[in-house]
Every structure is written in C-alpha cells, then in structure tokens.
Design a protein. Structure first.
Length: 334
C-alpha cells in the first residue's frame, strides 16, 4: 500500500499544475478589467495613472508571463496580495475565512453522517414498510429541494413567522451572522457566548447538510439491501448468529464501502458548495469569499481558494481509495 500511496501522491503534483493553469486562464479571461472598480471610484483618474496601476499589478504583461510569475511565487508560498482587502491572499483565506467554513461544513458533515447512516440502515431492514416509504419520500424531497429556497424558508419560519405566532420580539434562531454583534465572551462568560455561537450555527448547518443527508440515506439503504441478499449473510443467519451481529458486524461493514467513497468525495464539495448557504445566512466563510473574489476580479484570492479546493479534492479522493482497504480487508493495493 505504501508504493501505491506514493504513486498517487506524485500524481497530484502534475494534476495541480494543470488545474492551476486552466483556472488561471479562466479567471484572467473574465470579461472586464480588474481595475474597473478603482477607475469607477475615481472618475478623475488619468490614463497615465491607469497604466501605472496596470504595471504595478502586472496586468500590462501577457497572460502566460503573468501565470508563470504567479506560479513561481506560489511555489514559494506567496499567493500574492488581495487587491480588495490589501492583505496576503493566504492570510485572508486560511486565517479569516477557512476556520469559519470548517466550522460550518464540519458541523453539516457530521450531522449528515449521524442521521443518514442509521436511517438508511433502518429503512433497509424494514423494506417496503410504512417507515421505509416515509423515509424514501422525505429523502427524495430533501434531495430535490434547492438550497437557497430551503435557507430562505427556514429564515422566514424561525425568524419571522413563528416569533409572530408566539408573540415574541426576538427570532427563535438568528437570521444571519455567526455571533451576536458586540457580544464579548469576556463580559458575558464562555458558556453564554458558546450558546450564542451554536444558535447561529443551527440553521446554516442544517441547510447545508440536507442534500448530503438525503443522498447518503438512499445510498445507504440501497447498499445495505444489496449486502443483506448476499450468501454469506444468509449463511451467518443459518448458523444461528443473533440478528444484531449479522447486521452490524457482517453486513454493515461491507455496506459502508460505497458510502465511504461518497463521504470522502463530498468533503471538498462542502467547502465549495457552501457559497449559497454562506450568502443567505451572511456567514463569513471561504465560499462567500470565493464568490466575492470572482465578482470583484480579485485574482489572487480566487486562485488561492480554487487551488486549495483542487488540492482538497485530490487528497480526499486518495483517502477514500485508501479507506477501501480499511473497510474491506479483501482489497489490497500494490
């Protein structure tokens, strides 16, 4: 397995080079000029000053020269400055925005895993029962519900309609942000501050987890039904083993193999797919930062985020493949 892992790690290097080349070209070839905002903000700016700005940002050079200059600095860990925030792009992404995205996406991921796997197994064990039909219906509804619509409806229900119905002046769950403005843990204490942070996390984490939860429930049910029909499961039952041992020791481990792949590949998707959720709930995460960077043509921030997401996809794809051997001892890599 060590040789296989080393080969896969080495394959990531040219893959990232190719992805960075394509992404840089797509970002740089967007319509418009990155200096448009500066020009519009100062209508008195002269053409000479515009040329000086282009020279300062390297925009006066051909795209291939700009790319290789960017690549040379990126290999040294310098991804450039954010033109919007005037700080290093890596500092803005990894110190200010990534921790917030990790909190939101990690919570959504754990919520989906904790709910989807037990419900999927329960649905498979009670195939064609009323509970199975209800779970299947809810899974299809959850999978087909647009994220932006669900987020808006949750805001209306818990921040507008229910408080009015109950005669409350405050929303049941906060309508946005990650903490109450002005709330200082030194003044209110650690536990009230933690409760406030958790309260702000509930709606965006649930919204982000719904599609994964619904999808994994269906996959878990289908995988469990396939495994339960195998000969070795019937043999285990014929030997008189308790049903709990047959299901959770023999069947569940093999049924988790395709689910492990889905979860491994879904982790990078949680980072990049949080754009709508973060926008609706005003969550200051990396998805919102990437969207703003593309709109404002802040190339360094956009490249930092996109290359990081590409690296995440490659790494978790490798981890998902290696997890096969952990879940199923019959699989060996050479």
């Amino acid at each position: 397995m060590l040789a296989y892992t080393l080969r896969r790690v080495l394959q990531i290097v040219p893959l990232l080079f190719f992805i960075s080349l394509v992404v840089y070209a797509l970002v740089a070839l967007q319509p418009g000029d990155p200096l448009e905002a500066l020009i519009f903000a100062n209508p008195r700016i002269t053409q000479e000053e515009i040329e000086e700005l282009k020279k300062a940002y390297g925009l006066d050079q051909p795209i291939h020269i700009r790319y290789f200059k960017w690549l040379g600095l990126a290999l040294q860990g310098d991804f450039g400055l954010s033109r919007t925030y005037a700080i290093p792009a890596t500092e803005f992404i990894f110190q200010q925005r990534l921790p917030m995205t990790l909190l939101l996406s990690g919570t959504a991921f754990l919520l989906a895993v904790v709910i989807a796997i037990p419900i999927g197994v329960y649905s498979a064990l009670r195939k064609y029962s009323l509970a199975d039909y209800v779970i299947t219906f809810l899974a299809f509804v959850g999978y087909s519900t647009p994220v932006f619509w669900l987020g808006i409806m949750l805001l209306l229900i818990f921040a507008v309609w229910l408080p009015e119905l109950l005669g409350r002046t405050e929303p049941i769950f906060p309508p946005g942000g990650y903490v109450t403005p002005g709330l200082d843990p030194a003044e209110v204490g650690f536990w009230p501050y933690l409760k406030d942070r958790i309260w702000h996390l509930v709606l965006p984490a649930f919204t982000l987890s719904v599609i994964s939860m619904a999808s994994w429930t269906r996959f878990m049910r289908a995988s469990m039904l396939e495994v339960l029909s195998q000969d070795y499961v019937r043999t285990a039952r014929a030997k008189g083993l308790p049903e709990r041992v047959v299901v959770y020791k023999h069947a569940l481990r093999n049924a988790l193999i395709p689910i492990v792949t889905l979860m491994g590949l879904a982790i990078p998707g949680l980072f990049s797919g949080a754009v709508l959720t973060e926008t609706i709930f005003s969550w200051p995460g990396m998805g919102r930062a990437l969207f703003d960077a593309l709109v404002e043509k802040d190339y360094n921030v956009a490249m930092t985020a996109l290359v990081f997401l590409a690296l995440l996809t490659a790494v978790f794809n490798l981890l998902a493949d290696l997890a096969y051997a952990v879940v199923d001892p019959r699989i060996r890599y050479r």
